[in-house]
Write a protein of this length. Structure first.
Length: 141
């Protein structure tokens, strides 16, 4: 059955501040970014990974992630890891799969070539660079 989801993406944190990620369930996005300490701004460079936190909070899931070293391999000089997330309590797996299938981050393996759910449209009500504000993915096993 076709589904449409609307997500709010926020909670940007650099690696050094990841303890400030929410203690909620949802989907998280891992980026390479640069940080300008003079302006206190983050510039996103590349989407590296999309994951879900459904058995533990986003904060706990990211805290000691098993793919941390894989993410760091994609960092260039002066870049750091940054995180964003969307809080979601239902259909976390379907949303995560849709984001991965559509955006194909380099560290994700699952869902890059297949989407096991019915047609899914995802809308993000906050436009964020490197994530399309609306997209649709179709079943492909």
């Amino acid at each position: 059955m076709e589904k449409v989801y609307t997500n709010t993406i926020d909670w940007f944190r650099r690696e050094i501040n990841k303890s400030g990620l929410p203690e909620k369930y949802g989907i998280y996005f891992v980026y390479s970014c640069t940080y300008d300490s003079w302006k206190n701004t983050i510039s996103l460079k590349k989407l590296l990974y999309i994951g879900k936190a459904e058995d533990q909070t986003i904060k706990d899931r990211v805290a000691n992630h098993e793919k941390l070293n894989d993410w760091k391999k994609y960092l260039k000089e002066w870049e750091v890891l940054c995180y964003a997330c969307t809080e979601r309590n239902i259909d976390i797996s379907r949303n995560e799969a849709a984001y991965i299938r559509y955006h194909k981050p380099p560290v994700n393996i699952e869902y890059v070539d297949a989407f096991p759910f019915d047609t899914t449209t995802v809308k993000s009500d906050w436009k964020i660079w490197l994530i399309f504000s609306e997209f649709t993915v179709y079943r492909k096993d």
